[in-house]
Design a protein. Structure first.
Length: 295
């Protein structure tokens, strides 16, 4: 820590929905918090709860050794901290960004004499500060910074350090979110298929949940196959069979008057893997299709 501030004091830049949730959690836990937001009015309620409101990013950063950033995007981070003295500061960037932005921002911070950790928040604002809600934050970058402030960082949500490469927090974040949206796409397609039929969405819901849970084995199975590069041992439902069966999915969508745009890309990927070499790939698990995605 710097500036002779107490160990449980920190600065927070950014009071959007997530930043406000973080701030309230630290204040409720008894931390001394200095806040700054471009729209000053958003800080009013937090001032009533005990936060010190800074008039500028420079004033906010100067107040504490630990500075948490939760702004709109990476460009906003650069703009807010332009010209601010960062020497000796510990910067924890919880702004959503890409792995490349995390690495570049880490180098930028180091050039200015600061330690840096990037973060990826796996939670909604309503999950922050709620024990058992399941929210947590990925962190990557300076291990020393993370270890120093871990207790403070764990107040709003669980903390998971995923390596000293500053880009790995964002990479983990985006990987999990990408899987989530892929799942959402399949669920959306399933509900669209029953629209107009005598099947209530609430009746399909438990069946969907049960089936998706049963198919969760694919996560670990794919990881093992991508590690070993063995896509054929122990295959139960091979690529040739699944590709042939996919026609039924597409015909059903057409007959139900439903666009297949949410599932076609994956089915096309399986077909590409198979047609590249039917003899070599026909007996594979579908995880082999993942290898086609890397450009």
């Amino acid at each position: 820590m710097t500036d002779n501030a107490p160990k449980n004091s920190l600065t927070l830049l950014g009071l959007g929905d997530m930043g406000t949730a973080l701030a309230r959690t630290w204040l409720a836990a008894g931390h001394r918090l200095t806040v700054w937001n471009r729209t000053a009015a958003k800080a009013g309620a937090l001032a009533a709860e005990g936060a010190v409101v800074a008039a500028s990013p420079a004033e906010a950063v100067a107040a504490n050794g630990l500075v948490v950033i939760c702004l709109l995007d990476d460009a906003t981070v650069g703009s807010a901290l332009d010209g601010v003295v960062l020497t000796g500061k510990d910067l924890v960037n919880l702004t959503t960004g890409t792995p490349a932005e995390g690495r570049a921002r880490a180098a930028w911070a180091e050039e200015r004499g600061a330690r840096f950790v990037d973060g990826g928040i796996m939670a909604t604002p309503t999950m922050i500060g709620v024990p058992g809600a399941g929210g947590y934050v990925f962190y990557s970058g300076s291990r020393a910074l993370f270890d120093t402030h871990r207790a403070t960082l764990e107040v709003p949500a669980g903390a998971r350090f995923v390596g000293e490469d500053p880009g790995h927090a964002a990479l983990h974040d985006v990987a999990l979110l990408s899987a989530m949206y892929g799942m959402f796409a399949g669920i959306s397609h399933a509900y669209a298929l029953i629209e107009g039929e005598d099947i209530a969405p609430k009746d399909l819901a438990p069946l969907l949940s049960e089936w998706l849970g049963a198919m969760g084995f694919f996560v670990g199975n794919a990881a093992e196959r991508l590690t070993s590069r063995d896509f054929t041992t122990g295959v139960v439902s091979n690529l040739a069979m699944q590709t042939a069966a996919s026609g039924t999915l597409l015909r059903t969508a057409e007959q139900q008057g439903v666009s297949a745009e949410l599932i076609s890309p994956y089915l096309d990927l399986m077909r590409r893997r198979l047609t590249a070499d039917p003899a070599a790939h026909g007996g594979e698990d579908t995880a082999g299709a993942i290898t086609l995605l890397k450009r």
